[in-house]
Design a binder for this molecule. Structure first.
Ligand code: PGA
Length: 251
C-alpha cells in the first residue's frame, strides 16, 4: 500500500503584488498556523517579493516558490531569472510550463522539460503545469493533449520529491468556469496511470494539483476528487481570507 499523499495548496500571485501585499502574506501566516499537519501551503509571488516573503515565512512552514525560470544558470538573457537566483532569494519550488507562459512566450513542452531540470539543478521542486484549451476539450482530445504534454514536459528523472504536476484546463483559468468533479477525476486518473506506467511507485506518490478557478466555495468538492492532491490557485490566492477558505477544505 502506498502512503497517503499530503495535500498542497499553492498560490500563484502571477504579475500581482507590490510591497504592500506582504500584509496579506502576514495574515496568511497567522491563519495557516495550526493547519500544518493536514495540508502544505506555498505562495509563488512575483520575483520582486520572493526575498521579502521568504524572510517573513521563517516563522512559518509556508514555502515560497517562483513562477518560472530560465533553463540556464547565468548568461546574457535580459529580463530572465534562473532557478539558482530563485533559490538564492529563498524559493524552494518553481512553477514551470504555466499555460500563460506557453501562450505568452511560446514555451513548448521541450522548453518546459529543460526548465524543470534547471529547477532540480538548483535544488528546487518543479511544479509542472499541463492543460487543454477549450477547443481541444470540444474536439474530445483532452486526454491525448494531457498525455502529450506530460510526456514532453516531465523529465525522465522526475520523482515524487522533485516534481509536482498541476492539471490546469486553460479555459478554467481566471474565468470562474470549472470542469465537473467527474471531468477532473477522469483527467487526474489518466495522469496518475501514465505516471505510474512511467515512474512506478514514484509516479504513484507524485502530487497532482488541480488548478483553474478554485475558490473557497468549490474547494471541498474539487479537493475531494480521487487523485487530486491539492490546488494551484491564482486569483483566490491574493487575499489571505480566500486562500484560507480553500485550505479549510482540509479541516
Ligand atoms: P485562477 O488561476 O485560480 O485565477 O483560475 C489558476 C492558475 O493560473 O494557476
Amino acid at each position: 500500500m502506498s502512503t497517503p499523499i499530503k495535500p498542497l495548496v499553492a498560490g500563484n500571485w502571477k504579475m500581482n503584488g507590490l510591497a504592500t501585499q506582504v500584509t496579506e502574506f502576514a495574515a496568511l501566516v497567522d491563519g495557516y498556523s495550526g493547519m500544518e499537519d493536514k495540508v502544505d501551503c506555498m505562495i509563488c509571488p512575483p520575483a520582486t517579493l520572493i526575498a521579502a516573503l521568504a524572510n517573513f515565512s521563517q516563522e512559518s512552514t509556508i514555502e515560497i516558490g517562483g513562477q518560472n525560470c530560465h533553463a540556464s544558470a547565468t548568461g546574457a538573457h535580459t529580463g530572465d531569472i534562473s532557478a539558482e537566483m530563485l533559490s538564492d532569494a529563498g524559493a524552494t519550488s518553481v512553477i514551470v510550463g504555466h499555460s500563460e507562459r506557453r501562450a505568452d512566450h511560446g514555451e513548448t513542452s521541450e522548453d518546459v522539460n529543460r526548465c524543470a531540470r534547471a529547477a532540480w539543478r538548483a535544488g528546487l521542486v518543479s511544479i509542472i503545469c499541463i492543460g487543454e484549451t477549450a477547443e481541444q476539450r470540444k474536439q474530445g482530445i483532452t486526454l491525448d493533449i494531457i498525455g502529450e504534454q506530460l510526456l514532453g514536459s516531465v523529465p525522465d528523472d522526475a520523482t515524487s520529491s522533485n516534481c509536482v504536476i498541476a492539471y490546469e484546463p486553460v479555459w478554467a483559468i481566471g474565468t470562474g468556469l470549472t470542469p465537473t468533479a467527474q471531468d477532473v477525476a477522469d483527467v487526474h486518473s489518466s495522469i496518475r496511470q501514465s505516471l505510474v506506467r512511467r515512474f512506478g511507485d514514484e509516479g504513484q506518490q507524485m502530487r497532482l494539483l488541480y488548478g483553474g478557478s478554485v475558490k473557497p466555495a468549490n474547494a471541498a468538492e474539487l479537493m475531494g476528487v480521487i487523485d487530486v492532491d491539492g490546488a494551484l490557485v491564482g486569483g483566490a490566492s491574493l487575499k489571505a481570507a480566500d486562500l484560507l477558505g480553500i485550505l479549510n477544505a482540509y479541516e
